[in-house]
Design a binder for this molecule. Structure first.
Ligand SMILES: *Cc1c(COP(=O)(O)O)cnc(C)c1O
Length: 409
């Protein structure tokens, strides 16, 4: 038997043992959707999460949602009313952000390889571009001049440090992201000279960290770097986007980030900040921390079989919707996501099974030798922490099984 990740505490069952999501039975939701597999996102949990963040963080820090975690339109619409801004990473995400009702002056656009038409769309809408290179700055300035629009430009800084313990390092050393810190003052000088509306810095050091101390250290380093750059430039950055990094517990032994500790340390660091940043505004950008826990992935058991003594539950889901849970999205060692039998939620485990998907590849494993209550054909298996990097971060065209249903309740 191998352990699975911790089941998020916000879920419970009704008297029949059926998992409830947003107060509704999992089987009713599957019926309402018409079919499994199905992602369900709980809108009340999204709101509770944002409220938790606001209670924990200093009031002066704004909250941006990094929409690549989950761009499902109804969810975006909900998030637009909860957070202070969206961070997008493509022209497609920009269009979805604008369609959600988020106003362009609260949208920032990061990401390497922005094409001219994407820059043009962002500049003409009035979104802020987080510049990833000097070449991109040249193109943005030229497009602004051609359109007769003063472009809003921030500089994404490739910091000289990374976020310790993070699942994905996005700063420190040679990176395709951002402008090396040493080259930033000259680039900002050029933007100012060209008459651009310089919006400040975007400094994102990493992702999926659970250690509040490591996040706090990174934020302190980020503030120090922003102050040093501001001194060299001789101007106060209007906005310093401090990045994010707050992760969620996916695996056995993982524990939730202590958001209150992150907030307290950030409050102290802001109180002690360099006077060059006295008039700056600050933001954090979070993806998974805001939306992962609010989402579940429901699949139905299609077959139950044994092979060489191992029991397999074969489901109608798989890595084509949940690449991360299969262990094939940026993880080195495959470990089990939180998993349960939705119609026997909370029941004691009675057997060890492997839960696989319906794709014809040995990679397609949603639960490896996990202890679960007995489940048979037609029962529902649920994967938790499915609200981020699920439907859109998985190869849904692979093997022709099609996309999953999605629903916001
Ligand atoms: C992916 C990404 C995020 C979101 O990361 P999470 O781990 O989901 O919080 C934030 N900012 C940038 C620049 C990103 O690329």
């Amino acid at each position: 038997m191998k352990p699975h990740g911790p089941i998020p505490s916000g879920f419970s069952a009704d008297a029949d043992g059926m998992l409830l999501i947003g107060g509704r039975r999992a089987d009713d939701l599957a019926k309402a959707a018409g079919d499994t597999p199905l992602f369900v996102y709980d809108g009340a949990m999204l709101a509770a999460r944002v409220a938790e963040w606001r209670r924990a963080m200093p009031a002066e820090v704004q909250l941006h949602y990094a929409m690549k975690a989950n761009p499902y339109a109804p969810l975006l619409g909900r998030m637009a009313g909860l957070v202070d801004g969206f961070d997008v990473a493509s022209g497609g995400e920009l269009a979805a952000a604008l369609a959600s009702g988020m106003s362009a002056d609260h949208i920032s656009f990061a990401g390497p390889g922005k094409r001219d038409r994407e820059l043009e769309a962002a500049i003409s809408a009035g979104a802020t571009i987080n510049l990833e290179s000097a070449g991109e700055a040249d193109r943005a300035l030229a497009i602004g001049a051609r359109l007769g629009v003063v472009p809003r430009l921030a500089v994404r800084v490739n910091p000289d440090f990374d976020l310790k313990g993070s699942g994905m390092k996005m700063g420190g050393g040679a990176k395709p992201f951002g402008v090396d810190a040493v080259a930033v003052p000259a680039l900002v000088g050029r933007l100012l000279e060209a008459g651009a509306d310089w919006r400040g810095f975007h400094i994102f050091a990493g992702s999926q960290a659970l250690d509040a101390g490591a996040i706090a250290d990174t934020q302190a380093q980020t503030l120090a770097l922003a102050a040093r750059l501001a001194a060299e430039i001789g101007r106060t950055p209007p906005l310093v986007n401090l990045g994010g990094g707050m992760g969620v517990p996916y695996f056995p032994g993982d524990t939730a980030v202590d958001a209150v500790a992150v907030g307290r340390a950030l409050g102290d660091a802001l109180a002690a900040r360099d006077r060059r940043l006295a008039d700056s505004r600050f933001a954090m950008e979070l993806g998974r921390w805001l939306v992962a826990e609010a989402g579940v992935y429901l699949t139905r058991v299609v077959d139950r079989k044994t092979s060489h003594g191992e029991t397999f539950l074969v489901t109608d889901g798989g890595l084509h919707h949940q690449l991360a849970a299969s262990g094939n999205f940026g993880t080195v060692i495959r470990r089990n996501y939180p998993i349960a039998v939705a119609n026997r939620f909370g029941a004691e485990p009675s057997e060890t099974v492997s839960v696989v998907g319906c794709l014809c590849t040995p990679l397609d494993r949603l639960g490896d030798q996990v202890a679960l209550p007995y489940a048979d054909v037609h029962d529902l298996v649920v994967i938790f922490q499915a609200g981020a990097y699920g439907a859109t971060a998985s190869p849904s065209a692979f093997l022709g099984q099609g996309r999953a249903q999605e629903m916001l309740v």
